[in-house]
Design a protein around this ligand. Structure first.
Ligand code: GDP
Ligand code: IMO
Ligand code: MG
Length: 428
């Protein structure tokens, strides 16, 4: 089972680290293939709590080689801060490899992210402000800066000049900001070169050789299906392909190498930032879910929007990603509810839609059609076998499985690494 992909099935923050942990020691390489430090992963190991942004959460597993592949956008200052913080806590980060083709987030990308959001006013996306969108825009516009450019000052200067020229017009004339000089950017980027050099590699070749040698590679997706730039709720999405296909293009391995696709899905739904969210709750149940589930962003600290489980979205994710297994997280958060509504379809102006509507306007107007399931009140955080869950909790999982398009192979019952109920081996 050489290449395994883990992705989020909803709008992010599903607890993707939980699935990574489950594979644990059986993994040799863990690869981030999309996004950047817009991601926020909280991983609890024993008494220790780690918040990771740019680095894949698998970096916490002893003995793995972490890889930042070509599809990622890298804020180098953040990279070094995160590496230093982990080293100080005794995590071995010495094996990290970074693709020479990965694009670099610079100061002007961060500035543009913030000013364009402000300019959008009511229509803003609610980005994380980390410069993600503008860096991917430069990549597609062919005016991006790549990691390898840091090792050739002439090339770097030419590329920064080409990229900044137009942007300074925008910054000064439209956004009323000061111009950014080529020198300040080049000096800043060059100051990272020496420390970065030993980490840089042809990661596509490295991964190819690892696969040939029968190693296990885990591709860890940032963000999630509904935030994918092609398949998510555009324009309220991130700027990369966070679905399973992104693992191939974002790392330079062939798609036929991927043998398992694991989607992480929360037992309810959350979203950070703007955009449609049919099952969103505006009443006390929404507040209850937020408080009980500690639903506050790892990256920006923003309160997450909360709502019930949306089965058409799970089915959509199953289809778009070719999901082989779901890991259902945070079942414990629902403990104490009398009934748990689940969205089974949508009503769009009197017409029933069993699947996610293809038209954005229809999705904006989708009203959930709910089916209620009986809740449970027993504490389930100590449960480790499916048959030991309360009957109603088992019933809830079995019902979600029947509606969601793939088997639910593991169930999260608490934040800790060990708080999981396994039904099927993820590598079987
Ligand atoms: P990611 O972005 O998908 O990596 O997820 P985040 O780390 O942003 O958010 C998931 C949060 O849920 C983290 O604080 C996890 O510690 C926590 N978590 C994960 N699985 C479970 C679970 O099964 N139960 C509970 N109560 N918390 C969980
Ligand atoms: P993880 O990996 C949740 C959201 C932002 C915003 C939109 C675009 O922790 O699941 P961006 O800064 O990427 O241009 O913002 O995407 N967003 C996330 N929401 N979890 C994430 O990552 C996210 N990364 C970006 O809130 O709505
Ligand atoms: Mg997160």
């Amino acid at each position: 089972m050489p290449a395994i992909v883990i992705i989020g099935a909803q709008w992010g923050d599903e607890g993707k680290g939980k699935a990574t942990d489950l594979l644990g020691s059986r993994i040799d390489y863990v690869v981030k293939f999309n996004g950047g430090n817009n991601a926020g992963h909280t991983v609890v190991v024993g008494e220790e709590k780690y918040a990771l942004h740019l680095l894949p959460s698998g970096i916490l597993t002893e003995g793995v080689t972490p890889v930042i592949a070509n599809g990622v956008v890298v804020d180098i200052e953040v990279l070094f801060e995160e590496l230093d913080a982990l080293s100080a806590r005794g995590v071995d980060v010495s094996r990290l490899k970074i693709s020479s083709n990965a694009h670099v987030i610079t100061q002007y990308h961060r500035t543009l992210d913030k000013v364009t959001e402000r300019f959008l006013g009511k229509r803003q996306i609610g980005t994380t402000g980390r410069g993600i969108g503008p860096t991917y825009a430069d990549k597609i516009n062919r005016v991006g800066i790549r990691i390898q450019d840091l090792f050739d000052e002439n090339i770097l200067r030419q590329k920064v000049e080409a990229s900044l020229d137009q942007k300074n017009h925008l910054l000064v004339k439209i956004y009323n900001r000061r111009a950014i000089t080529v020198d300040e950017i080049v000096t800043d980027l060059l100051s990272y070169a020496d420390r970065l050099r030993p980490m840089v590699a042809d990661t596509s070749l490295l991964l190819h050789e690892a696969l040939e040698a029968g190693k296990h590679i885990l591709f860890e997706g940032g963000q999630a299906t509904m935030l994918d730039v092609d398949h998510g709720t555009y324009p309220f999405v991130t700027s990369s392909n966070s679905t399973a296909g992104g693992a191939a293009t974002g790392s330079g391995i062939g798609p036929n190498r991927i043998e398992r696709v694991i989607a992480v899905v929360k037992a309810y739904t959350t979203r950070v930032g703007a955009g449609p969210f049919p099952t969103e709750l505006f009443d006390e149940s929404g507040e209850w879910l937020r408080t009980r589930g500690f639903e506050f962003g790892t990256t920006t600290g923003r309160p997450r929007r909360t709502g019930w489980y949306d089965a058409p979205i799970a089915r959509y994710s199953s289809r778009i990603n070719g999901v082989t297994d779901f890991v259902l997280t945070k079942l414990d958060t629902l403990t104490g509810l009398d009934t748990i509504p689940v969205c089974i379809a949508y009503d769009v102006e009197g017409v029933r839609h069993d699947e996610v509507p293809a038209s954005q306007s229809d999705f904006h107007h989708a009203v959930p059609i709910y089916q209620n399931f009986p809740g449970w009140s027993e504490d389930i955080t100590g449960v480790r076998r499916f048959e030991d869950l309360p009957t109603n909790a088992q019933g809830y999982v079995i019902a979600l499985e029947a509606m969601s398009g793939s088997r639910i192979s593991a169930i999260g019952v608490g934040p800790g690494r060990e708080a999981i109920v396994v039904r099927h081996d993820l590598l079987d």
